[in-house]
Design a binder for this molecule. Structure first.
Ligand SMILES: *Cc1c(COP(=O)(O)O)cnc(C)c1O
Length: 471
């Protein structure tokens, strides 16, 4: 399997070449040069596999430069009941007839990002050891991604993490998830500024190519292909739990921000998994809903990006979206480049031509949006009818799923976080706090390890120079 760029760079690359990379050199995103196909026989042989075995089978279709035994061992080490709470790893929870939740948030940081990040931690450690190299991961976070990355990389050989977060602006629970880590290779930099300041510093450091090379700076952001690939597995796992035979179809509703999660569903569907529809759910930041309804993709500025009670979906520009558009335009790299590097840079928007727009339905996509009032109503209703407390992001997904589901359809809503992460909104909806998992009861009172720094590129670089391990 070779990987190509969405913007037409003709140089193919192998999986281990792109594993530690961000964007392709031409600014595009990496994609597999084809989607391996699963037929009825393969689907049947995968039913009944454990999650780790299933993960191995799917990963091995896309990764041919890691020996099979090693890849299998990496999958077995990642997807354990110990780390993810149950043998099923992603159990389904039935709600009303036709609708069920798929629990993706029982990993160490209680959000679905653990599903991919835990594998990435093990893949990075493996690949760096194989090359005899080290890597310093630099990132900015306002919550879920940073803590998932830190919990995945903690204690890993060859990897250090430098994570910037805005001082005093995360919830106490989110802050404690990161700052309570005592591992030597995890560095929390609490920046006197807002999230955008943190992100600007990361960009400035990454743009200093000499510094980047000398200090072996890398990232773990959502455009990483390995993260997306790891997410493909739970679409198969959800499908096998919800069906008895391969002639049944299911639909998935996905709370979406950067389009990483639902793009993995698109990949699963392209491989031949019998998915009827992919329901993209957004919050008030409805860039994606607008696109799927109108065919116009219009990125938003800071003034038009709202802070909502489902904050991990507060995006103005969906970083993985280019992958789907690449497929939509029949993998025309020059056209994808014109849309994302031309029209989007020039006009802040592009609109599909009529025949391009007509193709969206053929990929199974539909969409909808949800507001704060919808979240509260959905959380209340789901608690009252089923005794199930859901988080705010999952509520967005469920609200939109209910608008779309038709008689006879099986709709799986991806549960992307546990309610305790967004306790204030649950309190507002239900008048009580959500349950804290027993293992985390004392989280907020644990000793914290972090350094407060000025919002200054020089200060952050100096910190990395002082704390990065010697090569
Ligand atoms: C990251 C995140 C999302 C959005 O996922 P994308 O892959 O960015 O679309 C939704 N819900 C939660 C809880 C998240 O952490």
């Amino acid at each position: 399997m070779q990987y190509i760029s969405t913007r037409g760079d003709p140089t193919p690359r192998s999986f281990s070449e792109i594993l530690l990379e961000g964007l392709a050199p031409d600014g595009g995103l990496y994609m597999p040069d084809r989607y391996p196909q699963v037929d009825d026989g393969i689907l049947t042989s995968w039913r009944g596999l454990s999650y780790a075995e299933l993960a191995y089978e799917i990963l091995s279709l896309y990764i041919d430069d890691i020996p099979a035994a090693d890849l299998r061992a990496l999958a077995e080490k990642t997807y354990t009941a110990d780390v993810f709470g149950t043998d099923a790893i992603v159990p389904l929870k039935p709600l009303e007839p036709g609708v069920q939740l798929e629990a993706l948030s029982n990993g160490p940081t209680l959000a679905f990002k653990d599903m991919a990040m835990q594998l990435l931690g093990n893949l990075f450690e493996y690949e760096l050891a194989r090359r005899g190299e080290t890597l310093n991961i630099l990132g900015a976070t306002s919550g879920d991604t940073g803590s998932a990355a830190e919990h995945a990389m903690r204690g890993k050989q060859g990897v250090s993490v430098f994570m910037l977060s805005p001082y005093g602006r995360m919830s106490p629970f989110q802050q404690a998830q990161m700052f309570s880590l005592q591992d030597e290779n995890i560095h929390n930099l609490s920046v006197e500024g807002v999230f955008d300041d943190c992100q600007d510093i990361v960009k400035a450091v990454s743009n200093d190519l000499a510094f980047k090379r000398k200090w072996r700076i890398g990232t773990v952001n959502s455009i990483n292909w390995a993260r997306l690939l790891a997410q493909v597995v739970y679409y198969f796992a959800g499908y096998f739990q919800a069906t008895k035979t391969n002639d049944q179809k299911v639909s998935f509703a996905v709370p979406s921000g950067n389009f990483g999660n639902v793009c993995a569903g698109h990949v699963a569907r392209m491989m031949g998994l019998p998915i009827a529809r992919l329901v993209v759910a957004t919050n008030e930041n409805d860039v994606l809903d607008e696109f799927f309804r109108t065919g116009t993709y219009r990125v938003r500025g800071a003034a038009e990006t709202f802070e909502t009670s489902s904050p991990s979906m507060d995006i103005s520009k969906a970083s993985n979206f280019e992958r789907f558009v690449f497929d939509l335009v029949s993998r025309d790299g020059a056209l994808t480049r014109e849309l994302f590097n031309g029209a989007l840079q020039r006009d802040g928007a592009f609109t599909l031509l009529h025949d391009q727009k007509a193709r969206i339905a053929g990929f199974g996509f539909v969409s909808g949006r949800s507001t704060h009032a919808d979240r509260l109503a959905t959380i209340r209703d789901t608690d009252a009818r089923f005794g199930v407390v859901i988080d705010t992001h999952t509520a967005d997904g469920l609200k939109v799923a209910r608008e779309h589901v038709t008689a006879g359809e099986t709709m799986i809503v991806l549960e992307t976080a546990l309610p305790i992460k967004f306790a204030d909104t649950i309190q507002e909806a239900l008048g009580r706090r959500p349950e804290t998992p027993p293992a985390l009861a004392d989280l907020e009172s644990r000793p914290k390890r972090f350094t407060v720094v000025k919002a200054d590129v020089g200060v952050v670089k100096a910190f990395i120079e002082a704390h990065a391990p010697a090569e």
